[in-house]
Write a protein that binds this ligand. Sequence first.
Ligand code: PAF
Length: 281
Amino acid sequence: MQIIKYISDLDTVLAEFRKQGKPIGFVPTMGALHDGHLSLINQSVSDNPVTVASIYVNPTQFNDQTDLKNYPRNPGTDRKLLESVKCNILFVPDDKEMYPEKDNRVFDFGFLDEIMEGEKRPGHFNGVAQIVTKLFDAVKPDRAYFGKKDFQQIAIIKKIVGDLNYDIEIIACPIVREKDGLAMSSRNTLLKEQERKEAVKIYETLQQIQKRIKYTDIDELKKYALKAINHTKHLKLDYLQIVNTKTLIPVNKITKKEPVTACIAVYAGNIRLIDNLDLFT
Ligand code: PAF
């Protein structure tokens, strides 16, 4: 695996692959890799002759500076993991490389960032759009891979790709879960022992909502989630939303006519975790 720090070097290496007609798969990450990330790399490796992963903890997408400071970083382990899944190139830029100047771009996501993560984390998706466009411009991939745990992020990225005419196929990959059901996340390593145990309640709540869908309305489902989560000692519900899977518009009534996804954000102690479940699977 080649490790590259500068966009100009990445350009030179990737131009050669492009000349040979080799499609490039790209997996952008913020490091602290887990099996969820590795499943994205595996998918890219099986779809493309060349896979590039990036590791960059992007400051502009953190609306909370403590969260940025505490974000887990494991560069040595990450490199070994990427080698073990046959990633070809690891791009590890620093802040100067990605933001030589302040990025003042403001993106318009329409309704997509007015709810859930967009509402709760002001500026977050604008920061995601800033870095993802910079990374897309640097890598110029044919395909880019994102995990469905970040359900709203995928919708935002598809919108950017459409609006800015990027010729990149966005591939959404299934959520990878721990044995007890907790969605894998780099932030899970920050949980204290008891918080980690209780965090299983997040997926359990989504599963219960899926079970109850036939005989209850949305407000009852929200009340159910609030009670289930907030009655667990170290958990606190930030939101539960049930939205149309494609438009992200909250639904008033669940019918089998439209695909719906339940999205949840929960604080386990100080650590904020998100998860989601398609309700008709
Ligand atoms: O999903 C993430 O890890 C980040 O939001 C991303 C896409 C790598 C941009 O920093």
